[in-house]
Design a binder for this molecule. Structure first.
Ligand code: R1P
Ligand code: GUN
Length: 313
């Protein structure tokens, strides 16, 4: 099936199930691993399961639900928003048109600003677990090596064939993230700025891969987000990405030397071994749960500020 074909059907389905005031969301939100709780601050919520929406796949990853949540967020009348509770990753076997389909739907609903969240591993010793990193740039090895989400014929004749990405991460939205942190009296170190490296997954990085990404200039690494960013930019949206650091990528200062161990053993000596560490998705989800409240408040505050920023309308 051509995943672009059912766009009209998806939009018709949404119009038929949503009350009028939720049909034209102004802001889109993508909830990363363990971050679907962002929807708890929505009012008048309408959930639309992906299985009811033509063109939508299902998320197969734990910590990702499979529904769009429509609602109002913020003081007073509230801003109409739509959130993806569950995203699609390349490692699940979804093709790129399927992964980015919900972003194209959001664009057609009228979304102009999108807040994309994710869980990510830190490559930067000065960005510890629990930090929310406001992404200022990305490093996408798949894009550079033949797995670009825009491969193939353009989705629409109005889209640029060669999309610039030097301005992908909206300075105005990033500004609102830091203003919001100030408004919420978050400690300065709660937020950082950095570059996201996108890898395909589902394997986590080897130490050598982590070291390479760090040397190449990335601060955090994850298996999502960039396809959504690329397509959101193609669709003309302003993009904000916030990565919650859930773990350090394992980059030991020195490798455990099996030769040294064997030689010491043969000499009857004991040597001190460097600590061995591995990351797990359970750990990723646990940090997501711990930080869900801060992320929720931050997103809520940014959503309230967006209508006050003239360049984001
Ligand atoms: O990027 P999100 O979907 O938040 O999830 C991140 O966490 C999962 C790995 O633990 C991967 O899917 C990675 O991309
Ligand atoms: N690739 C990658 N994705 C993650 N998502 C959460 N943590 C990590 C990580 O360490 N590496």
């Amino acid at each position: 099936m051509d995943p672009h074909a059912p766009l009209l059907q998806t939009l018709q389905t949404l119009t038929s199930v949503l009350p009028e005031k939720l049909q034209r969301p102004r802001i889109g939100i993508v909830c990363g691993s363990g971050l679907s709780g962002l929807v708890e601050s929505f009012r008048e919520v309408e959930m639309v399961p992906y299985e009811n929406l033509p063109g939508f796949a299902r998320s197969t990853v734990s910590g990702h639900k499979s529904a769009l949540a429509f609602g109002l967020l913020g003081e007073g009348e509230g801003v109409p928003v739509v959130a993806m509770l569950g995203r699609f990753h390349r490692y699940e076997g979804h093709d790129f048109p399927t992964i980015v389909y919900p972003i194209r739907v959001m664009a057609r609903l009228g979304v102009k600003n999108i807040i994309i969240t994710n869980a990510a591993g830190s490559l930067n010793p000065s960005i510890p677990v629990g930090t929310i990193v406001v992404i200022q740039d990305h490093l996408a090895l798949p894009n550079m090596t033949g797995s670009n989400p825009l491969l193939g014929p353009p989705t629409s004749p109005s889209h640029a064939r060669f999309l610039p990405l030097s301005d992908a991460y909206s300075p105005s939205l990033r500004r609102l993230a830091f203003l919001s942190a100030h408004k919420l009296a978050l400690p300065r170190e709660a937020l950082a700025e950095g570059t996201y490296a996108w890898v395909c997954g589902p394997t986590y990085e080897t130490p050598a891969e982590g070291r390479m990404l760090r040397h190449a200039g990335a601060d955090v690494v994850g298996m999502s987000t960039v396809p959504e960013v690329v397509v959101a930019r193609e669709e003309g949206m302003n993009v904000l990405v916030m990565s919650l650091v859930t773990n350090f990528v394992v980059i030991p200062e020195r490798y455990r030397s099996i030769r040294d161990e064997v030689e010491a053993e043969l000499l009857g000596k004991k040597i001190e071994l460097p600590k061995e560490d591995v990351v797990s998705h359970d750990e990723v989800l646990a940090v997501g749960r711990q930080k869900a409240e801060v992320m929720k408040k931050l997103v809520g505050s940014i959503v309230e500020l967006i209508p006050t920023a003239p360049d984001l309308q």
